[in-house]
Design a binder for this molecule. Structure first.
Ligand SMILES: [Cu+2]
Length: 147
């Protein structure tokens, strides 16, 4: 596992310019409505994430790799929520190795826009929702970074 790059995590920056990306949760399902996003290496991206559910919370977490690191980070988030006995706190600690970007947990109907720099190394990076059981239900997708 490479050392996590320091990328600001999930801070709203409404004035930041950058390639706009948008995705949401898929209605009431434990899925994203977009399971593939494409960006260029290192470019500034401004992502809007919309929780379209009327009932459950969701977030958007980008990891530095594929399923192995996503599994690990999801498990960490679950531990945090179990310790606090609060599913809405199922977030990976900010300094977690392999964590690139993490939005806050959004309430039903909520949305957030924030900016981050895409990874510089071309490849496929998983994003997932770390609310308990959502990742296992299929709430993940791929960020494709091209040169
Ligand atoms: Cu979710």
């Amino acid at each position: 596992l490479r050392k996590s790059r320091r990328i600001p995590t999930g801070r709203p920056s409404p004035t930041a310019k950058g390639t706009p990306l948008a995705l949401g949760s898929d209605g009431e399902q434990l899925l994203y409505d977009t399971t593939e996003l494409e960006v260029s290496s290192g470019e500034l991206v401004t992502l809007t994430f919309q929780n379209n559910s009327t009932a459950v919370q969701h977030n958007w977490v980008l990891v530095d790799g594929g399923t192995a690191i996503a599994d690990e980070i999801n498990a960490l988030a679950l531990e945090v929520s179990a310790d606090l006995r609060d599913a809405s706190q199922a977030l990976p600690p900010p300094d977690t190795a392999g964590l690139l970007v993490s939005s806050p947990m959004l309430d039903p109907g909520g949305s957030i826009t924030f900016s981050f720099n895409a990874p510089t190394e071309p490849g496929t990076y998983l994003y997932l929702c770390t609310f308990p059981a959502h990742y296992q239900a299929g709430m993940f997708g791929e960020l494709i970074v091209t040169e």
